[in-house]
Design a protein around this ligand. Structure first.
Ligand code: KG4
Ligand code: ZN
Length: 338
């Protein structure tokens, strides 16, 4: 039923989730439909872009209709359409962008192209109704490991990022080589709970003094070398210990840098975002380190951390309120920067 709240339809197809959601006034999730392709891509050990695009195309109309049905609204009740236009897989993004443009045209409603990473941060506006910028954000996902200084709803500045692999990517790779399968992050998280994080010492890479950048490729090589030498020596590998030790080396550096950034920029909140933000140990360690300085950690529920369209709707709403509009020439931008 339509009331006087501004209803945003969010659409997300940047990777392997076909998602649509209806959000009221940028804060209230009325529906959040996620059709995951994980089972299909698992057979190949990772996301196959061509398959992802085809699946998005098959599912997008039903997913949008389900989002409207779940929210108990009609398409004509929607005030605004927000869609992820990058970063992501080009063929996958194009399906969402085309669906959003078609709906915006047919319904004669404004269209807002959303940066997927801004969407991850906006997930926190859904989880924390009182949250307003400014704050420091830690965005950790399959493709990104970034520290972002958020000064306003439509203003943010990346102050550090990964120079090679993203944290999620590193988890996914190590999980594959120790036989945990895809997607690796949640599996490493689970295995690590049964392991000893001090069993193997993996290096912590902090780069230059004062830098908020990350590098995980050396750590990944060290872990691969360790696994090879253990196998060659005929020693049995304790998967849980490797998972726990590797995870610790990744999350310790991330937590330290996020806290340093909050201190330098005088922010009393660190807002977590992205799939890796649901990592149990990262949440725990970051909270521990932040508490020493009176900094609060905001951590959305796992469903809002991983890819979803409610976060895209929220980001679109705030972009709209700040005067942004996209034209029908909106295109997918796979390498879109922050
Ligand atoms: O944000 P997201 O859903 O998609 C991207 O935008 O990339 O993040 C997916 C990434 C994957 O690399 C996945 O392995 C990782 O997040 N991930 C985790 C956990 N849950 C998901 N990594 C560590 N611990 C977790 N619990
Ligand atoms: Zn994402």
């Amino acid at each position: 039923m339509k009331d006087d709240r501004l209803l945003t339809l969010g659409i997300e197809t940047s990777c392997d989730e076909t998602a649509a959601a209806v959000v009221a006034d940028g804060r209230i999730v009325m529906s959040n439909i996620i059709s995951s392709q994980i089972d299909i891509h698992t057979q190949y050990g990772g996301v196959v872009p061509e398959i992802a695009s085809r699946k998005h195309l098959e599912r997008i109309n039903d997913v949008i209709q389900n989002a409207l049905n779940d929210a108990e609204v009609r398409a004509s009740d929607i005030d605004l359409i927000g869609v992820t236009y990058g970063p992501g897989l080009v063929g996958a993004l194009l399906i969402g962008v085309a669906a959003a443009k078609t709906m915006a045209y047919a319904l004669d409603k404004p269209l807002i192209g959303v940066n997927h990473m801004h969407g991850h941060i906006a997930a926190n506006y859904l989880e924390y109704q009182e949250l307003d910028p400014p704050f420091m954000s830690l965005v950790v996902s399959g493709g990104h490991t970034e520290i972002v200084n958020v000064t306003d709803y439509n203003k943010c500045e990346k102050i550090g990022g990964t120079r090679d692999d993203a944290a999620g990517e590193a988890f996914d790779k190590i999980a594959r080589v120790i036989g945990l399968g895809y997607p690796g992050g949640p599996k490493i998280d689970r295995a690590a709970r049964e392991g000893d994080r001090n069993a193997i010492h993996f290096k912590r890479v902090y780069l230059e003094e004062g830098s908020y950048d990350f590098s995980f490729s050396g750590l990944k090589t060290q872990a691969l070398n360790y696994l090879n030498s253990e196998r060659q020596a005929g020693r049995e590998i304790n998967t849980n210990d490797v998972a726990a030790s590797f995870q610790e080396a990744v999350v310790e550096v991330i937590a330290d840098k996020a806290v340093s950034a909050a201190l330098e920029f005088k922010r009393n909140k660190i807002v977590m975002a992205g799939g890796v933000a649901s990592n149990t140990r990262l949440r725990e360690l970051l909270e521990e380190k932040a508490a020493e300085h009176g900094i609060e950690i905001l951590k959305p529920s796992p469903l809002l951390c991983t890819d979803n369209a409610a976060m895209i709707a929220s980001a679109a709403y705030y972009a709209y309120r700040c005067g942004e509009r996209s034209g029908f020439d909106l295109d997918a931008v796979p390498g879109l920067e922050f």
